[in-house]
Design a protein around this ligand. Structure first.
Ligand SMILES: [Zn+2]
Length: 349
C-alpha cells in the first residue's frame, strides 16, 4: 500500500465541507444546463474553472443559489452524492454546512423543505454506504445580521435531531463575526453547537478571538491568522479548540509564491504552536480535491508524518458534534484500524 492508498483507507471524519461546494462537477453541469437556466456548456466550464492561482469558489456557490438550483430534490442529490463519494474514501462521519438564507431567498426552497430533503439524503447514504452525517446551517455573512437571526429562528421553529449546530461562512472581509452575535446568542440559548469561519482570506486574528470570546464557538474553521497573535494561539491550544484547516484553501494558493507555498503556509506552523488541527476538503470537487488527496497533502506538501496524521484523525473525533460517549468508542476503533493499515504501508515515514 502506498501513501495515497493509505490516506484513502484510514478512517476519518470530515468537519468542514459545504453542501453546495461539494457538488460533483458532472452534477453541476447537468443542473446548470437544464432548460431555462441559461448556461451553455462553455459557460459551465468557465464557472468551474480552477487555475493554479484560483480566485475562490464563492461565485460558484452564488450561481447555484441564484440561477441553478430549482427545488429540494437538487439539495438531496448533492448531499447524497457527496456522502457516497466521501464514504468511498474512508470518511465515516461528516458534518456539512448549508446556507438556508440563500436557498430560501434566491432558490425559492423554504427552510423546512430544504432541511428535510438533505436529512433524507443523510438517511439514504447511511443505509447505502454506512456513513453518518450531521447538518450545520450556516450564516451567509454577506447578508444582514437580521437575516442571520431569522435563519436561527427557522432552525428553532423546525427543530430536527441531526441539525446540530450553527456556522458562518461566505466572504469574511468586511463582514466580521461581531455583526452576528445575536444569531449566535439565540442559537446557543436553544442548545445548538457553535462553530465559525474566522481568520480566512488573511483576515485579522481579531476575528478568531471574537468568534471564541463573543460568539462562544467551540471550534474554528480555518483560523490561520491566529498565529499572528501568539498569546491567543496559546489560549486556543490550552482550551483544546479544534481548527478545521483546508490544505487547498484558495487564498494561500493565490497569494503565496508557488515555490514557497508549502513552506510558508500557516498549516505547517499551527501544530508547532500547540494548536489542534484537522484537515478537510471544504468544497472538494470545486477545489479538485477529495479526502484522500487532502490527507496525502498533509504529508507530501506540509511535511507531517504518520504520527501527526494519527493525531489529526483523533482531533477530528474530539471536534465532532457527536455525543461524548460515542467519541471514546470511535477513537478506539479508528486507532486500531489506523495501526493495522500502517503495518501494510510500504514507506518508512
Ligand atoms: Zn469553508
Amino acid at each position: 500500500m502506498d501513501l495515497a492508498e493509505f490516506c484513502r483507507a484510514i478512517p476519518k471524519v470530515e468537519l468542514h465541507v459545504h453542501l453546495l461546494g461539494a457538488i460533483r462537477l458532472q452534477t453541476l453541469a447537468e443542473l446548470a444546463q437544464r432548460q431555462g437556466t441559461g448556461y451553455s456548456p462553455g459557460e459551465v466550464d468557465e464557472l468551474a474553472r480552477r487555475d493554479a492561482k484560483p480566485k475562490g469558489v464563492l461565485h460558484i456557490l452564488r450561481a447555484l443559489e441564484q440561477r441553478i438550483l430549482r427545488g429540494p430534490e437538487d439539495l438531496h442529490r448533492i448531499a447524497y452524492e457527496y456522502l457516497e463519494d466521501a464514504a468511498s474514501q474512508g470518511v465515516r462521519h461528516a458534518e456539512i454546512f448549508w446556507n438556508p438564507t440563500g436557498t430560501a431567498r434566491d432558490s425559492g426552497i423554504p427552510y423546512a423543505a430544504g432541511a428535510d430533503a438533505i436529512l433524507a439524503a443523510f438517511d439514504d447514504a447511511k443505509h447505502d454506504h454506512g456513513i453518518s452525517a450531521l447538518l450545520i446551517p450556516s450564516i451567509d455573512r454577506e447578508g444582514t445580521p437580521e437575516e442571520a437571526a431569522e435563519m436561527v429562528e427557522w432552525m428553532i421553529a423546525h427543530r430536527r435531531d441531526r441539525i446540530i449546530g450553527l456556522g458562518i461562512d461566505y466572504r469574511e472581509t468586511d463582514h466580521p463575526p461581531e455583526f452576528f452575535w445575536k444569531a449566535y446568542r439565540a442559537a446557543k440559548r436553544a442548545g445548538f453547537r457553535l462553530t465559525a469561519h474566522a481568520g480566512e482570506f488573511g483576515c485579522h486574528w481579531r476575528n478568531v478571538e471574537t468568534a471564541i470570546d463573543l460568539l462562544e464557538v467551540e471550534r474554528i474553521d480555518h483560523g490561520y491568522t491566529v498565529l499572528d497573535n501568539p498569546a491567543l494561539a496559546r489560549r486556543c491550544a490550552e482550551r483544546g479548540i479544534i481548527f478545521t484547516v483546508v490544505p487547498t484553501n484558495s487564498y494561500y494558493l493565490r497569494t503565496l509564491e508557488p515555490a514557497r507555498w508549502a513552506i510558508d503556509h500557516p498549516i505547517r506552523r499551527m501544530p508547532q504552536a500547540g494548536l489542534l488541527i484537522h484537515p478537510n476538503t471544504d468544497d472538494p470537487p470545486l477545489h479538485r480535491v477529495d479526502p484522500q488527496r487532502c490527507w496525502t497533502m498533509m504529508v507530501e506538501d506540509f511535511g507531517f508524518d504518520l504520527d501527526d496524521l494519527r493525531r489529526f484523525m483523533l482531533n477530528g473525533i474530539v471536534g465532532a458534534f457527536i455525543p461524548e460517549d460515542d467519541k471514546r468508542g470511535l477513537a478506539a476503533t479508528f486507532s486500531a484500524e489506523y495501526e493495522r493499515l500502517r503495518a501494510d504501508l510500504d514507506i518508512a515515514a
